[in-house]
Design a protein around this ligand. Sequence first.
Ligand code: MG
Length: 257
Amino acid sequence: MFIQFAQLAKRSRFIKPVMNPKPSQSYLEKVKDKGIETDDRKLLVLDLNGTLLSRPLKDRSHSSVSSASSNAVPRPGVKNFLKYAFTNYSVMVYSSSRRNNVEAMLNCIMNPEQVKSLTACWTRESMGLSTAHFNTKVQTFKNLDAIWENLHQDRDGQAVNWCQYNTVIIDDSEVKCAAHPFNHIHVSDFAHSTVDFQKDFDLVCAIRYLKHLKNMSNVSNYISQHPFRVDHNLSQDENLKYLDQAFEEHNKNVSTA
Ligand SMILES: [Mg+2]
């Protein structure tokens, strides 16, 4: 009987999922703040799978996930995206994959210099999951509060106060970023087997959006008013124009306020 129960408990449907987080009241209030006008440093939090790369998974076995992580397919534009990111932002990785798989994926898209330049690299081991959740495909969440409480250095090792004013997360999952929706650049899910590579320009658009955010004193305020958007029925240029127009409109409103 006990053995039977233990076997059942191993299945994800018997493991209670982690609660879906919602933005706190204080988070929502700070969205309206002016932010930090004296310090333009920004933190960019990178998701990997579905955002910057795609893994050719055969099944969910450890060996298949491990092999797929070492043979990940880079998303179109990832090289330029990372070049821009490392030049202009402090960059950290926040992935719900295990550390060894994260290291394998990083080697598929970053050069050793970039890996070394990461301000932090958080993996499944950093998510505070119970053993049962750690070993199961359970819904995970990217808790930016944990970053703000525990990470106090920029890319040069200088002290900094990372917070909702100066942190941006790029991730293909809306649910994982649900507690901090106005710090989130929500890109489409990149799946190498189904996506048209010629029409996947999310990362080109994300660079443009990051350029707009770079000088914002409160990124959450800007994102709340002008969320990142890519319309795949339009061309890359039309999408870039849309993002630029939003930026211009924002600046006009700020200067006339
Ligand atoms: Mg993802």
